[in-house]
Design a binder for this molecule. Structure first.
Ligand code: ADE
Length: 270
């Protein structure tokens, strides 16, 4: 899968993503991250990409033309200063930009977008390629958004200084859903958390740390009992920290019984 990132800070995106699991996936050619510097498509000799807002007001607005040109270069497959983070550099969508426009989703990172979640990550991972547009300053000229953007996405209800961190968050979560990015073992762990419950507590050596002992059941070697204990601790944690998630969880018979009893005892203690 190919990710293209239109940004004023390509190094930030490259350095942030070329580590750990994603770095390994890039080296293996399963995903690629191509950062393209919007400033390279600036129209003036000082490489400005922003200007004063019509109507007045504080701050600067990113101009439409450098972004549109940057986008055209991506879908046309020619990069002014593209920094491909994986081996092969293949044009994003051939040379027919009209076709590419329909085909390749362009995601604009903005606090007023739809809030990103695991389901969106799974859905976007089915695309062959995605283009991210990272804004800065007080915003982006609305006309270029109307022209190229297909999806407006937020990573949460707070305002960040730019779209780079949100794009990196999304790329990490999406890439993990691309077949081959996670090893069998890693995806097994992910799958078990994707039943909608929060992660159960984990422990490693030593068996006793500062007076706190690892729960006996985890030392028992009894796999079925360990699995049941973990499921119950996941339910406990979800009920305690994110009770609203329980609405979308499907539990097996035994776990459902545990959940009912937990709710009953919580109600009694309230
Ligand atoms: N840009 C600034 N803040 C953002 C947020 N919360 N999500 C996505 N993009 C943003």
């Amino acid at each position: 899968m190919k990710f293209h990132v239109m940004t004023l800070f390509p190094e930030m995106v490259e350095q942030g993503l070329h580590t750990s699991i994603l770095g390994r996936a890039m080296d293996a050619g399963i995903i690629s991250v191509n950062t393209v510097n919007i400033r390279d498509y600036s129209e003036d000799k000082h490489r400005h990409v922003d200007d004063y807002p019509y109507g007045g007001g504080a701050g600067m607005v990113m101009a439409a033309e450098p972004i549109a040109k940057c986008y055209d270069a991506i879908i046309g497959g020619s990069f002014s200063s593209g920094n491909a983070l994986s081996g092969s550099e293949v044009p994003a969508s051939g040379s027919d930009s009209a076709t590419a426009k329909r085909r390749t989703r362009v995601i604009y990172m903005t606090p007023w977008g739809r809030v990103f979640d695991q389901n969106m990550a799974k859905e976007l991972a089915m695309e062959e390629e995605l283009i991210f547009l990272c804004g800065h300053y007080e915003g982006v000229d609305e006309r270029v958004l109307t022209e190229i953007v297909t999806d407006y996405v937020s990573i949460g209800d707070y305002v960040l200084s730019g779209g780079e961190l949100p794009a990196m968050v999304m790329i990490d979560a999406i890439a993990r859903m691309v077949p081959g990015v996670l090893t069998n073992e890693e995806s097994g762990v992910t799958e078990s958390f994707m039943n909608g419950l929060l992660e159960y507590p984990q422990y490693t050596r030593p068996e006793v740390w500062r007076g706190q002992k690892v729960p006996d059941i985890l030392l028992s070697g009894h796999h079925a009992k360990v699995a049941e204990w973990r499921m119950q601790r996941s339910i406990d944690r979800t009920v305690q920290y994110r009770p609203e998630l329980m609405d979308d969880v499907t539990l097996d018979k035994k776990s459902a019984k545990y959940y009912r009893e937990l709710c009953a005892s919580r109600n009694k203690n309230e």
